[in-house]
Design a binder for this molecule. Structure first.
Ligand code: ADP
Ligand code: MG
Length: 490
């Protein structure tokens, strides 16, 4: 039936072709045509022309005349998740939650749904203010989502029995969350439209398939098509939909990245599956701040929020080790102390530069700055850098700590005990300020750090103040100055 409506769309230029080709006939890119069930552009054009003649135009209104209503939100009851979401789930909002397999996506969402279901049931029975509803950490005023059906967990990866077993293990006894084990998109949409839950989790988008397409589940075409239909449903019905997406080995391809532009909010799980700590970071949010993070610890009974996480990404050395420098990162609202490790080792004819949790291009740039402005060369050395604990640091304020860790490893000398540094490094060798430097310094002082090297512009006016007690603050303007200072300290 619908199969004849299929055409192929280039993911690069948007050009279409009636049959699959290895090379796009429009932009000559290879392997970019994916199946699509959308209307062919010809049909679209005709409808557009007809529409011009027949359909009445939509009314226009001035911005000032439009009522600016707060969006209706429901906190999930998991503070750290609500913090990353900017207050809770939004009615009709589509949330994409991505991460490596096994990192805890299903666990977190099951816990969140159970929390929402319990609040929902409590509201129904009490018909008063919801029981156990804590104000979310965002602190903003909340408007509850309208009272509709409860919560629905659609599982395409595990059987309903497996989900039930997980719920028992997590201690969610007597959970009233509805479960549907289904992978057919059309059936899921029919069920959602009929039952009208407040929120539905689709675990995972890569297991869904639409009968409209012939591609296999998990292919770019299926993932995009299914997500587009579900997004449309969310907008028209007001159901909040959560899509779970695995980050695939190929990275961008058919993974959550291809969906980022379609959804309202994107959260990514970060962290090392071997360690207990997990970060949930908002990388896109139409209803809140980006880069806000929620911190969790994986326990036997599921994910537990860590409300005071600043020291969890420090490895516990008994004595300072060469190649290690602690930085204070501040993405979102909370400062985190993260240890940056570097290893500089004699390399072969083409030395390697590798970074985990930090940008590799930035590492190459920092090595060039170190050479040019501080006359320290790593040209014949392998350089590895790592942010401890599986954290991803994208802010340039890590630069100074990376440079000093590299310098420390190269010399084989540890930085002083309780040493912390942050600041952006420019190509001209200047050290630029990091946003909200004082807050970073306060956190370092609070955790008992003793020496800080920071950009001049971040140096506090009252370095002897109570907030910075015990912390000796050295302000630097240039890279060579920072290196000189560290040489003197060690
Ligand atoms: N039966 C179990 N007993 C103990 N821990 C488990 C069990 N099943 C899963 N886990 C833990 O929960 C973690 C997260 O699993 P899960 O939420 O299914 O991840 P995802 O949905 O992101 O793939 C796993 O890495 C594992 O450490
Ligand atoms: Mg899962």
């Amino acid at each position: 039936m619908a199969k004849d409506k299929i055409h192929y769309v280039c993911t690069e230029c948007g050009g279409t072709s009636p049959k699959w080709l290895g090379k796009c006939p429009h932009c000559a890119a290879w392997n970019t045509l994916v199946e699509s069930a959308l209307q062919a552009p010809e049909a679209g054009k005709n409808r557009y022309a007809a529409g011009l003649a027949l359909a009445p135009a939509s009314p226009l209104s001035a911005l000032a005349d439009i009522e600016a209503s707060e969006v209706a939100r429901s906190p999930t009851g998991i503070d750290e998740l609500d913090r990353a979401l900017g207050g809770g789930m939004v009615e009709g909002g589509v949330l994409l939650i991505g991460g490596d397999p096994g990192i805890g996506k299903s666990t977190l969402l099951l816990q969140a749904l159970d929390g929402m279901q319990r609040r929902f049931d409590a509201r129904l029975s009490a018909a008063g203010p919801p029981q156990g509803a804590k104000a979310p950490s965002g602190g903003r005023e909340l408007h509850e989502m309208s009272d509709r059906g409860g919560t629905l967990y659609v599982t395409g990866e595990e059987s309903a029995a497996q989900v039930a077993a997980r719920a028992r293990r997590l201690g969610l006894d007597g959970s009233r969350v509805q479960v549907l084990a289904e992978t057919g998109l059309e059936k899921i949409i029919a069920t959602l439209s009929a039952s009208q839950p407040q929120i539905a989790v689709i675990d995972s988008i890569q297991t869904l398939y639409s009968e409209q397409l012939t591609s296999a589940p998990g292919s770019v075409a299926q993932v995009r098509e299914c997500a587009a239909h579900l997004t449309r449903l969310a907008k028209s019905s007001g159901i909040a939909i959560v899509l779970v997406g695995h980050v695939t080995k190929e990275g961008a391809l058919a993974g959550p990245r291809v969906l980022e532009h379609m959804v309202d909010t994107v959260l990514y799980f970060e962290g090392d599956t071997h360690s207990a700590f997990r970060l949930v970071r908002a990388v896109k949010n139409r209803y809140g701040a980006v880069n806000e993070i929620g911190v969790f610890a994986m326990t036997e009974r599921g994910l537990k929020g860590v409300s005071n996480p600043s020291a969890i990404f420090l490895s516990q050395h008994s004595a300072p080790a060469p190649g290690s420098c602690v930085m204070v990162t501040l993405e979102g609202t909370r400062p985190l102390l993260v240890e940056i490790q570097a290893l500089v080792d004699s390399g072969g004819p083409s030395p390697r530069r590798l970074s985990v949790g930090l940008e590799r291009d930035r590492l190459a740039m920092l090595l060039a700055v170190l050479h040019r402005h501080a006359a320290i060369s790593c040209a014949d050395q392998d350089v590895f850098v790592n942010a401890v604990g599986g954290v991803q640091i994208s802010e340039p304020a890590a630069d100074l700590a990376v440079l000093l860790a590299i310098y420390s490893s190269l010399r084989g000398k540890a930085l002083p005990k309780g040493f912390v540094a942050f600041g952006e490094v420019g190509l001209a060798g200047e050290v630029r300020p990091a946003p909200r430097g004082q807050e970073r310094l306060k956190e370092a002082a609070k955790l008992g750090f003793g020496v800080a090297v920071v950009p001049q512009a971040n140096a506090p006016k009252n370095p002897g103040g109570k907030d910075f007690e015990g912390l000796t603050i050295h302000a630097v303007e240039r890279v060579e100055q920072a290196i000189e200072l560290v040489r003197g300290l060690t």
